[in-house]
Design a protein around this ligand. Structure first.
Ligand code: AMP
Length: 282
């Protein structure tokens, strides 16, 4: 049976209301499609935490800068719907851009602080686009839980913060990063890599593993970060946007010396035309 699909906020709300009237809880998994095992793991996780899972598929134009890959972003809704149904999703929410944004939409959710460094600095406007669309999706679907991947760690921190600050009644759950056997984090954008680049790409995860081990062993933060950036350059990455250890909750910069408390190593770097991100708990 094809996966039931809602195209409008009204259709989405009607289904969610019907489930809630039956006493069923609802989990939401937002995605931009081109699904892989990472997305599907989040759908399964949502299924463990809620009676019915809604996956949204929306390539959100406002989180792409004009020079970024919005038009080229891979799209295959029929395939995505099949995979979602197999993973236990009960409803696909796939709105059109006009269904999501009025032509004169003028409200933006801006999360100060945690949105500003790292990807916030490298991709101006990106997190305002993410925060605004996620706020809309949470208000539209009114889920009991919503699941996001640790793969986009800063995004997860931004979303936890906006949900807390705006009193949105939903529990945010983080799902672990799914990886290829060689360590490369699964990503829809990996489809852009040439065969040669695909062979180089696991160096990103390797650099983070090595850096995390050295931090745990007590080496100084600044030196470990610099060596990781050099390892990426040596592996063929042309631009390193950042390789940094930050406070795992606030994303604040750590001192240059010894690690104190839970930290997260985060990196973004460009291989050919593809920008890859990854992160690791320390
Ligand atoms: P995207 O479609 O790239 O916007 O991602 C949708 C959701 O899937 C986000 O919460 C991502 O963090 C999550 N996600 C993407 N890649 C992975 C992965 N390799 N493992 C776990 N979650 C992921």
């Amino acid at each position: 049976m094809p996966l039931p699909t809602a195209r409008t906020v009204a259709d989405l709300r009607a289904q969610v209301r019907a489930w809630k009237a039956e006493g069923l809880s609802v989990g939401l998994v937002p995605t931009m499609g081109a699904l892989h095992e990472g997305h599907l793991s989040l759908v399964r996780l949502a299924g463990q935490r809620a009676d019915r899972v809604v996956a949204s598929l929306f390539v959100n134009p406002t989180q792409f800068a004009p020079h970024e890959d919005f038009a080229a972003y891979p799209r295959d809704e029929a395939r995505d719907a099949r995979l979602l149904a197999e993973a236990g999703c009960a409803l696909l929410y796939a709105p059109t851009v006009p269904a999501m944004y009025a032509p004169d939409a003028s409200t933006t959710v801006a999360v100060a602080g945690v949105s500003e460094p790292l990807d916030g600095a490298a991709r101006p406007g990106h997190f305002a686009g993410v925060a605004t669309v996620v706020t809309k999706l949470l208000l539209q679907a009114a889920p009991d839980v919503a699941v996001f991947g640790e793969k986009d760690y800063q995004q997860l921190v931004v979303i936890r913060r906006l949900v807390r600050d705006l009193d949105i009644p939903v529990e945010i759950i983080g799902g672990p990063t799914m990886r290829a056997p060689d360590g490369l984090a699964l990503s829809s954008r990996n489809a852009y890599l040439s065969a040669a680049e695909r062979a180089q790409a696991p160096a990103l995860h390797q650099a983070l593993v090595q850096a995390a081990n050295r931090l745990r062993a007590g080496e100084a933060v600044a030196r470990v970060e610099a060596d990781a950036a050099n390892a990426l350059r040596a592996a063929g990455f042309s631009r390193i946007d950042y390789v940094e250890a930050r406070n795992a909750d606030s994303l604040e910069r750590l001192g240059p010396g010894l690690l104190a408390g839970p930290a997260r190593l985060l990196a973004a770097a460009v291989l050919g035309k593809t920008r890859l991100i990854d992160n690791l708990a320390v």
